[in-house]
Design a protein around this ligand. Structure first.
Ligand code: COA
Length: 564
């Protein structure tokens, strides 16, 4: 079928739907919702049989939805309407929620229902929920709706609030006054719900040291206590604030834009506060200790049945110079442990999206900070590539992009959850790319395929990635099922009689590859190009990065997306 995806941005869910539909043989076009006339022209040119909107914040014009069937993905159960569905669900502590596919009509979210899917609400931020449970339910609902449409016989169900299975209702925009935290009254559970309902956008507006900030993130703390609202400690760029009955960690802040002033963006909390942050103590925690505590940490390390697990979780998957260095130190420490198999990866969300473009943007010298950041990433990747006495598995429960994909490819095996979307390319940020991708990517998929992936700059679903050899396995199920399978398979690897032979073969292969062309040569040639990307005045990287960090909408659908 010819299906046109219309979306406010080519975001994770739209990418996932794109990958899933293409895998099923549909011809899929993409049009960003950047104006009714653009959309009309594209619809005329593309001649879709069905229009599908996985993530749309604006209305489709009437002449389009009267002439075509337009299906909208709404992140709420039957009857739920309004622009802040997930915010309300989390704010009110809902434990079960849903995704509904509705036909576009004049009233927003009021059209006939084509499919609906329930999901359990995990205790996490809104965008993490969106990229996990919501995305999985949305894909199930979309595939059902598309199949129903294809039969030509399905009659969608009109929205009827008298039906017993219609529990939702119309709710207003979730304004800041619902989100406001009263630090002298709200308990930790309430503070966490408010923070999570606002994460990652728009954050909770609050005041710190006389300045207004949007607070981002929201994680519990088991030990630190103090005067409600006070900043008690810092850790790896985050701040810890006391509540009436505990404390919470806030990894990132965005200062409120002053009218007429420059646009603002999220930064690690201690960077955003800068000199306003008084002398508060650091509260360090080792990865091994963090794994046994209920506290915020980007790094956790534990061992189970002879397997080491190094878990990392960086907000938005972005890894600054410091974050890369901390992960490298934790990796080196894990390498000293008496385990033969080491599993790397976050519990649920992004695996990695490469260098930290916001931290780079905020630095006094973005070119030099970019240089430090890519070198820190390379040091980490090199440490993984040169580990020859252990088998290293990259476990991707969530998506990865750019250098984050290449970080995974440094491992001996790459295991992905089936829902994962990979973006193995750098071109959209105006970068040649590094992280030894010129060694690892062709090694996995061959030179021609590597060239296509880098040039086309399109997302690849996990199953397609496994077919290409880009990853080794695409495992079904939710994140819990994924991790229980990863644990079982990692334990089997560690117990297997062939393990010793595999390690010998790995060592031999690395030595052979090194003799053919040393890793240092790959690094030097990649970095020569990156140096040019960072320092040459004619290069597009700085402008593209600025637009990304400031979330500048493109004027038209980017050409690489209009190819079907
Ligand atoms: N640096 C800083 N922030 C990053 C980031 C990076 N490398 N990659 C993602 N983020 C942030 C986004 O700004 C966004 O922030 P928000 O929560 O405040 O809105 C959040 O992480 C999620 O990203 P988003 O773009 O909304 O998710 P998506 O699933 O729609 O798209 C990507 C994912 C990876 C395709 C897209 O974020 C991207 O292109 N990132 C840049 C990748 C890159 O070029 N890295 C540098 C080269 S190594």
């Amino acid at each position: 079928m010819r299906i046109l995806l219309v979306a406010s941005a080519f975001n994770s869910l739209t990418q996932r739907v794109h990958a899933e539909l293409r895998e099923r043989g549909h011809e899929v076009g993409i049009e960003l919702a950047l104006g009714d006339d653009h959309l009309r022209t594209r619809v005329t040119e593309f001649e879709p049989e069905l229009i599908l909107a996985p993530m749309l914040t604006t209305a489709i014009p009437e002449d389009i939805w009267t002439a075509h069937t337009v299906l909208i993905v709404h992140p709420g159960p039957k009857g739920d309407r309004g622009p802040s569905s997930l915010d309300w669900a989390i704010h009110e502590g809902a434990w079960a929620w849903g995704v509904t596919v509705l036909q576009a009509v004049a009233d927003m979210d009021a059209g006939p229902i084509w499919a609906t899917e329930p999901f359990a609400v995990a205790a996490c931020g809104k965008s993490e929920l969106y990229r996990n449970e919501v995305a999985d339910a949305a894909v199930r609902a979309v595939l059902t709706a598309v199949n129903r449409f294809a039969t030509g016989r399905f009659a969608p169900e009109p929205l009827d609030y008298d039906r017993p299975d219609v529990h939702g209702r119309l709710r207003p925009y979730h304004e800041q006054h619902y989100r406001r935290i009263d630090w002298t009254a709200d308990d930790t559970a309430t503070v966490l719900r408010k923070l999570r309902a606002a994460d990652s956008q728009p954050g909770v507006l609050d005041e710190l040291y006389g300045r207004e900030f949007f607070l981002h993130g929201g994680f519990g703390e088991d030990r630190l206590r103090g005067r409600p609202g006070a900043v008690l400690a810092t850790r790896d760029g985050a701040i810890c604030r006391a509540t009436v009955d505990g404390a919470v960690w806030l990894p990132q802040l965005r200062s409120r834009r002053i009218p007429g002033g420059p646009a603002t963006y999220k930064l690690p909390a201690t960077i955003a506060l800068g000199r306003d942050l008084p002398d508060v103590p650091e509260a360090p925690v080792t990865p091994a200790e963090a794994a046994t505590r209920d506290t915020w940490s980007e790094l956790r390390y534990r061992e189970e049945n002879e397997v080491g697990y190094l878990e990392f979780a960086f907000g938005g998957g972005a890894m600054s110079t410091e974050q890369c260095r901390r992960l490298l130190a934790a990796y080196r420490h894990a390498c000293t442990r008496p385990v033969d198999v080491l599993v790397l990866g976050p519990a649920r969300d992004f695996f990695s999206n490469g260098i930290h473009l916001n931290v780079i943007e905020a630095s006094d010298d973005p070119a030099t900070e970019s240089w430090h950041n890519i070198n820190a990433m390379n040091d980490l990747v090199e440490a993984i590539l040169t580990t020859t006495d252990k088998l290293v598995v990259a476990a991707l429960a969530g998506n990865a992009a750019a250098g984050g994909v290449m970080l995974a490819l440094a491992a001996d095996e790459v295991w992905c959850r089936e829902s994962v979307v990979l973006n193995p390319h750098y071109r959209l940020m105006g970068l040649h790319g590094s992280e030894y991708w010129t060694y690892t990517l062709p090694r996995r998929v061959g030179a021609a395929e590597a060239d296509r992936l880098i040039r086309e700059a399109l997302p690849v679903g996990a199953r397609a990635a496994a077919n290409l050899g880009l990853v080794d396995r695409a495992l079904p199920g939710d994140t819990e099922e994924f991790w229980s399978r990863v644990r079982r398979d990692a334990e089997n690897l560690s117990a297997a009689s062939e393990l010793a032979d595999r390690l010998v073969a790995k060592k031999r292969r690395r030595a052979g590859d090194e003799a053919d062309r040393p890793l240092s040569a790959y690094r030097a040639s990649e970095l020569a190009q990156m140096r040019r990307n960072f320092y040459h005045p004619g290069e597009p990287y700085h402008a593209l990065r600025r637009d990304f960090v400031h979330k500048v909408r493109p004027a038209a659908t980017p050409p690489h997306l209009t190819v079907t």
